[in-house]
Design a protein around this ligand. Sequence first.
Ligand code: EPU
Length: 421
Amino acid sequence: MSLDHIIIQGGIPLKGTVTAAGAKNAALPILASTILGGGECLITNLPQVRDTTTLQTLLGLLGASVKTDEGRVAIDTTALQSTEAPYDLVKTMRASILVLGPLLTRFGEATVSLPGGCAIGLRPVNLHLDGLRQLGASITLEKGYIHAQASKLQGGQITLEIPTVTGTENLMMAACLAEGTTVIDNAAQEPEVVDLASFLVKRGARIAGAGSNRISVEGVRQLHGAEHQVMPDRVEAATYLMAGAITHGDIQVDQCIPQHLEAVSRLLQSCGADISQSHNTIRIKTSSRLHAVDVTTQPYPGFPTDLQAQMMAVMSVAEGKSIIHETIFEGRFLHVPELQRMGAAIEIDGARALVQGASTLTGAPVMASDLRASAGLVLAGLAAEGETRLSRIYHLERGYERMVDKLQGLGAMIQQRAAWA
Ligand code: EPU
């Protein structure tokens, strides 16, 4: 875990081209799905971030063969023996819950530590567990662990109360090897769910409707190995677009899928940014101060909660007032006190933040609290006058590949320093 910090000298308009990495939130379920067995899977465009490393460590711990080579990993879970995901690992990454469905459906049992508290909200996993129960699993909670059992899962009808992303993924994976057909209603429609489904289909799974709110999965006896390139990271791509917006720069993001970012592009355009796109690039140009707009986070295709902190940084220097309504996670405003330290005028009213755009922010020492909050603070630092020092950047390293290098490539004065420097 890196205790380094980042030093930013703000106020430089960023210019140039940056390439999007593979999507962390697609890579994680894809890695977990290799547990379903069927021979070697080769996964490429794997983002080099701590969360994907953690999941590979977990697979190794369960007994999988994991051979990594810069952005590619070959995984074979044929010899996998353990069905237990231990607390020490799960506590470092909640997405470890993604191994529950695959372990249970392949081995008839799974023991996964119950993910604990989280900085951005309560984040329970009750919907994952209820869905698995509907497929015939018996589930108990004991000494901090989820114990799931089912000699053979049976297809069934599941209606999710909330379109949970990892819940949909867990259930879709579990249904692949269940007996009969499973229908998941009110399913998450995120592109990452579609990417996972397309990997599973390459391996022989029978899945229809991924990307809509009704997914149906016809169980098969077994899957086979396949190669898959992870989709581009839409949250990372949009974070760089917002870095362009907040510094009044001119940035092109290559190897992204503009269609995944329609809600974000529309919002940035309505603030006054000039956005153009080709089939796999987006360019943003901003020459004058943006004007404030209201933002409401929503499940896909709405504006993502994973970009709320970054957008709040952009709004904190826009002209006018913005209301930012966080509807997905109740605690996802930990960046607010830090932005206030940089001079942002923000008031919290329940799930809403009222942002009065300031003409400028000032650099300050600030602290990261979670992954996307850290990204918001980096953006604020890029726009602020003077020096910002961001500590606890291990949060950033969970999900942004080489962010400091990429921003340097766009002309930012940003450096990573050791904790004691
Ligand atoms: N929820 C429940 N019960 C459940 C599951 C979810 O009440 O069993 C609630 C959550 O508490 C939350 C809402 O449903 O209020 C939506 O949560 P969801 O389950 O969709 O979130 P997640 O699957 O745990 C994924 C991403 C998050 C992203 C959210 C929302 C991964 C690995 N994580 O989390 O990504 O914010 O969807 O889009 O895919 C990040 O990358 O920084 C990150 C937090």
